[in-house]
Design a protein around this ligand. Structure first.
Ligand code: NAP
Ligand code: COA
Length: 266
């Protein structure tokens, strides 16, 4: 699928992407690099994030990888300082680090619940808050990665539902507070995306995968490219008047059950 955005839409821009050693966020980082951005990526693991950055530098793009835990504000702040030292400024931020496991609330300790809230919600606050002083303003674009669990209650996902709901509201509040400074703040809510750790955890067997697809309006998983294109649109000049929005790129996930059984009223 060709991009709807012009080829080097992010030429001269610097993007900072949290949680980009794999999956959807690495897909966004690579897509941004292809469109001309200099890219800084962080995750907890030195080895994984160095390998992620190498996938981009191997193609001749400018990219750096740094280990930083989004739960630790100071380590995130240090990564921003290093990015500014190397690339001069920050134009685009993606906050996508997350943790998930499938468990009923009664099968989860307080620390289990807190761990996911800390990574997803507090981590997103840290990544967005620590960026502000370094942002190229006006004109900066910040994007949180949320999920349908933010608005649809889901069994065995109480921690993720609570954390992602918080991310949606945080996104809207920051859009109001930072809009006057020329900073746009939006979120993308991906549906089930193929070949990701998230779906490997939520639908680990082919039967479960088929069941998820059968309930989706579009009857298939999305791709990392689908999310990367949405992020590119929001971060490019095409998205210049969009702020405070949660964009669903989810095959109809948020609509609820669109299975043949549901359609037949069974
Ligand atoms: P993934 O590959 O596991 O990505 C999660 C990333 O976060 C990894 O790079 C991980 O790297 C990093 N990370 C985890 N804890 C961290 C921490 N404390 N500090 C810094 N980095 C941390 O998962 P994914 O499925 O692609 O999901 C990516 C995002 O999309 C998440 O926000 C998820 O909620 C959202 N999402 C996914 C789907 C889906 O279908 N997959 C659907 C809706 C929403 P390290 O292990 O190296 O730290
Ligand atoms: N069921 C119930 N509780 C669980 C659990 C599970 N499947 N997995 C972890 N926990 C609990 C642990 O028992 C611990 O609680 P305790 O101290 O009371 O025992 C707590 O969660 C923290 O676990 P720990 O392994 O120390 O956390 P971590 O910070 O090393 O890892 C996770 C965070 C648990 C979210 C881990 O799955 C992870 O690193 N995920 C990143 C990748 C990912 O989830 N990708 C999908 C994104 S959508």
């Amino acid at each position: 699928m060709a991009s709807i955005i012009k080829e080097k839409a992010l030429e001269g821009k610097v993007a900072f992407i949290a949680g980009a050693s794999s999956g959807i966020n690495l897909g966004i980082a690579q897509h941004f690099a292809e469109h001309g951005a200099k890219v800084a990526v962080i995750s907890r693991s030195h080895e994984k994030i160095a390998a992620a950055a190498k996938t981009m530098t191997d193609k001749g793009h400018e990219a750096i990888g740094m280990a930083a835990d989004v739960r630790d504000f100071d380590s995130v702040a240090k990564a921003y300082e290093e990015t500014v030292k190397q690339f001069g400024k920050i134009d685009i931020v993606i906050s996508g680090a997350a943790g998930n496991f499938v468990a009923p609330a009664l099968g989860m300790s307080s620390n289990g619940f807190k761990t996911v809230v800390d990574i997803d919600l507090i981590g997103t606050f840290n990544v967005l808050r620590a960026s502000f002083e370094h942002l190229n303003r006006p004109g900066a674009s910040l994007i949180s990665i949320t999920a349908p669990q933010a608005v649809n209650a889901m069994m065995f996902q109480s921690h993720v539902c609570a954390a992602k709901a918080g991310i949606n509201m945080l996104t809207k509040c920051l859009a109001m507070e930072w809009g006057p400074a020329g900073v746009r703040v939006n979120a993308i809510s991906p549906g089930p995306i193929a070949d990701t750790e998230g779906m490997a955890r939520l639908a680990p067997t082919p039967e479960m995968e088929e069941a998820v697809k059968s309930r989706l309006a579009l009857r298939d998983y999305g791709t990392k490219k689908d999310i990367a294109e949405t992020a590119l649109f929001l971060s490019s000049d095409n998205g210049a008047y969009i702020t405070g929005t949660i964009i669903d790129c989810d095959g109809g996930s948020k609509l609820g059950d669109a299975s043949a059984d549901a359609l037949a009223g069974n």
